[in-house]
Design a protein around this ligand. Structure first.
Ligand SMILES: Nc1ncnc2c1ncn2[C@@H]1O[C@H](COP(=O)(O)OP(=O)(O)OP(=O)(O)O)[C@@H](O)[C@H]1O
Length: 816
């Protein structure tokens, strides 16, 4: 249906028509019949309509502009008010002749004539009956012609089919009105109120959105049923077109709606942010884009970044995800993709730096320089990862720092001690609350180059927890075949670690996962002798502490003997960490005196040492006398380096029970049982009365009961202690031993020799008993470490006993 083709000459809207109640003829079927029966005049003035067809019963306004039409209307309006209305065959014809008009038309009644301010005349006419032009009489001043009636074939009054068709027309008309965006909904009232079937057909036909030619064809159909069917066909078509258009419209509309909504919200957000004084998200995003241009990442990372940035742009800055996304993008921007520092491969300079920072450690330094040489020649980092292994405080971590300086690389360190969660290394997926990248990626972000010296401290203390196994993540980090694309869960991108120089440090090798250990080149950094410690204190620790406390070299003097006293009496360690603490105390003492302006230079004496550090804590002398049977010095290895230990045993009246105390582990207890059984089975050979075993209980104790002790290496010490006890023979002075025993009295080699030797030296031991197979370990130790020590290599327990025990009995020897 249309609103625009209702008029003959100019347009007048359907709405205008509906707006005036007079224009809706509330006709009934009876009115229609009466109209049909009306007598027609023989001759009628003929008014050609340019762009519409008038149907019987329908009221339309027409605007007459042509002279002929105005004249016809004016004259007829004064008289009969009846005219014949026909449509033109071609709209454009200004002066249509008889051949230019259709011969079937509608008789119309002039209802009202309105003179318009623009000079046009608007006439409201109502169709009554169809007619056919028989003969044109005049063409001037307007066309007149004789006409004939065109009978209308109406269906039978009770035709059910016709009734259904009418019903359909009414329903379709209502549907069309509902769907059409241009027809006002009031039109549905008109449709509902039309009582006459023929008028309904004509009214709808008149308003159909079809061409004049098609309307004319409808008018010419004489059978009302046929015309109704034809109208129905057009209506169906119209409804389909409308629903198609609505579909397209709603689709386009919803797209635009969503966009508009977002735009609107963004604008609001921007305003709020500006009000709050924060930088607007747009500026932030733009800044990121600018930064991204300067990055030298590869295409894949670039594309990923662009995608993620677009995601950020679509986000509402007020939601939590926005800040997660922003810090994610910041991380990508902060990471040093393909950014490297230039290596300094001057090996002489490197050696100088290592010597400047660390005293001694010649082997270690040599290994490091060799490593750097390989690096220089190959110029790729696919060489094994270094692992500095040794007791605490021997300078493993600080060596890493010196290596970085020697190479001209940045230095970064992470401590892996007690780390149980795999995510600490590999990061959490972004979807977790509080997700973060792992420590590797975080450190690289901090250090800002892709080739730093990366110290992984305490790699032996990685432990398997409920949150996965961090060692397996470490494997990926350290594997030269895989680490060129290390995947961090948070970063979601592979990062190239192949140019990073990893240096791990460890106190123990046994607790490092075997696969991890395989990937590393182990460099042993064993502890220091007393002399070395004194040198380290003099050259490094003291100057360092003076500087930290704001003092100058001349403010404090610690002579060598006093340094030695501090080392011996107040520290018991392989490294120098607690020595550094004791020196710090001395420096503080000097600082206090100088600040109180009592003296300018403080010279440390033995008395001052006792005043500041208290009485010496470590007095070994009480163990050094050999007046008691059953007390023997053993050598032990612990994670904190080598140490000496004492085995004491006593006899008491009883029934041959063996007691052990001193927090001993299973293996150590087994060693004691073994020693006991060996003595029992060789009693006579050893000069022991076999009856003693049933009359006495034996108690073995290893002092410092709070420290757990374990391992087989105290075997020969226990045996010597027990034989000394049963024979009441003296143990040689200043002798120490280490070695495992078998039931047959063989001595087996043990580990940790280097550390044990250093510990023995610290304890001023003179002679050491070892298994013959341990000789090769001794050969590897620098001769200066061995100065003042005598080694006895043994195979059998009998050798041990003859070397360790004197013939002499102890004072006050027991009679067994
Ligand atoms: N040979 C040395 N020369 C100079 N200073 C040293 C030497 N060895 C250790 N130090 C100093 O001792 C301190 C402790 O060293 P560092 O922290 O490197 O020990 P570490 O072996 O890494 O211990 P941990 O196993 O507990 O990590 C540092 O201040 C270091 O400079």
């Amino acid at each position: 249906m249309t609103k625009s083709k209702l008029t003959s000459i100019d347009s007048l809207s359907f709405q205008d028509l509906q707006g005036d109640a007079d224009f809706i003829p509330l006709m009934t079927n009876e009115d229609e019949d009466a109209m049909d029966k009306e007598e027609l005049p023989e001759v009628l003035p003929i008014l050609p309509l340019r762009n519409t067809v008038l149907f019987p019963g329908v009221i339309i306004p027409i605007t007459a502009g042509r002279d002929k039409s105005i004249k016809l209307i004016n004259e007829t309006n004064k008289g009969s008010k009846i005219i014949g209305v026909v449509s033109q065959k071609e709209e454009e014809k200004e002066e249509p002749g008889i051949e230019d008009i259709n011969t079937t038309g509608t008789v119309a009644k002039i209802l009202r004539v309105l003179k318009m301010p623009d000079g046009n005349t608007t006439v409201i006419i109502q169709g009554t009956k169809r007619f056919k032009v028989s003969e044109v009489l005049t063409s001037e001043p307007y066309i007149t012609a004789t006409i004939t009636d065109v009978a209308e074939a109406k269906p039978a009054k009770d035709s059910a089919e016709f009734k259904e068709v009418i019903k359909s027309i009414r329903k379709l008309a209502l549907d069309i009105i509902k769907d059409s965006p241009t027809i006002p909904t009031e039109a549905s009232f008109a449709i509902k109120n039309i009582k006459s079937d023929a008028f309904l057909i004509n009214f709808v036909s008149s308003n159909l959105n079809i061409s004049v030619k098609e309307k004319q064809e409808l008018l010419e159909i004489s059978s009302l049923m046929d015309r109704a069917m034809e109208t129905l066909k057009y209506m169906n078509l119209e409804l389909q077109k409308l629903s198609l258009r609505n579909d397209i419209h709603s689709k386009v509309h919803s797209d635009i709606n969503q966009q508009q909504r977002e735009y609107f919200l963004h604008q609001q957000m921007k305003t709020i942010q500006e009000e709050l004084g924060g930088s607007s998200s747009e500026e932030e995003i733009e800044a990121m884009r600018v930064r991204a241009k300067s990055k030298s990442w590869n295409k894949e990372v670039g594309e990923h970044f662009d995608k993620e940035l677009a995601k950020l742009q679509r986000m509402n800055p007020q939601v939590a995800e926005y800040s997660i996304q922003r810090s994610y993008l910041d991380l990508i921007l902060d990471l040093p993709w393909n950014e490297f520092s230039v290596d300094k491969f001057d090996l002489k300079r490197a050696r100088k730096i290592l010597d400047r920072d660390h005293f001694g450690l010649d082997d270690v330094k040599k290994r490091i320089i060799e490593y750097l040489a390989v690096l220089k020649l190959r110029n790729d980092m696919k060489s094994p990862i270094l692992c500095l292994y040794g007791p605490p405080g021997v300078g493993k971590t600080s060596l890493g720092k010196s290596i970085a300086e020697a190479l001209g690389r940045k230095y970064v360190r992470i401590s892996l001690g007690g780390l149980r969660d795999e995510a600490e290394i590999r990061g959490h997926r972004k979807t977790y609350i509080g997700a973060m990248p792992g420590r590797i990626i975080k450190s690289l972000k901090k250090v800002k180059t892709s080739n730093p010296v990366f110290v992984l401290d305490e790699i032996d203390k990685l432990s398997v927890g409920s949150q996965g196994d961090p060692s397996s993540a470490m494997l990926e980090v350290l594997d030269p075949e895989q680490n060129n694309a290390f995947y961090d869960n948070f970063l979601e991108l592979g990062f190239d670690l192949s140019k990073v120089m990893f240096i791990a440090t460890s106190n123990s090798l046994s607790t490092i996962q075997p696969a991890l250990r395989d990937r590393m080149e182990i460099i042993n950094v064993s502890g220091y002798t007393i002399e070395e410690k004194v040198e380290i204190a003099k050259r490094h620790l003291l100057p360092k502490q003076l500087e930290e406390h704001g003092l100058k070299k001349e403010h404090l003097q610690i002579p060598k003997p006093q340094l030695e006293k501090i080392v011996e009496g107040y520290t018991r360690e392989s490294g120098v960490r607690s020595l550094e603490k004791q020196i710090a105390k001395m420096v503080r003492y000097a600082a206090m005196n100088i600040a109180m302006e009592e003296e300018y230079t403080v010279k440390i004496t033995n008395d001052i040492i006792v005043e500041v550090l208290g009485a010496p804590r470590l007095e070994r002398d009480k163990y050094e006398n050999n007046d008691v049977a059953g007390v023997v010095t053993g050598l032990a290895w612990t994670r904190v380096g080598g140490d000496i230990l004492f085995i004491e045993s006593t006899l008491s009246k009883g029934k041959g029970l063996l007691n052990m105390t001193g927090n001993l582990g299973k293996v150590m207890k087994e060693s004691a049982t073994l020693a006991m059984e060996y003595i029992k089975s060789n009693a006579e050979l050893l000069g022991v009365d076999p009856e003693v075993f049933d009359k006495y209980n034996v108690h073995i104790h290893v002092p410092e009961g709070a420290t757990p002790k374990d391992g087989p290496s105290a075997g020969i010490t226990m045996l010597t202690s027990l034989v000394s006890l049963f024979t009441q023979r003296k143990v040689k002075k200043s002798i120490a031993m280490t070695g495992e025993i078998t039931l047959r009295g063989k001595v087996l080699p043990v580990g940790g020799i280097k550390e044990k030797i250093l510990a023995a030296k610290r304890a001023r031991i003179k002679e050491i008993l070892l298994c013959e197979d341990n000789k090769r370990d001794i050969d590897e130790i620098k001769p200066e470490y061995l100065k003042g020590l005598k080694f006895h290599y043994v195979k059998e327990m009998s050798d041990v006993l003859s070397l360790a025990l004197t013939k002499e009995k102890v004072k006050n020897a027991k009679k067994l």
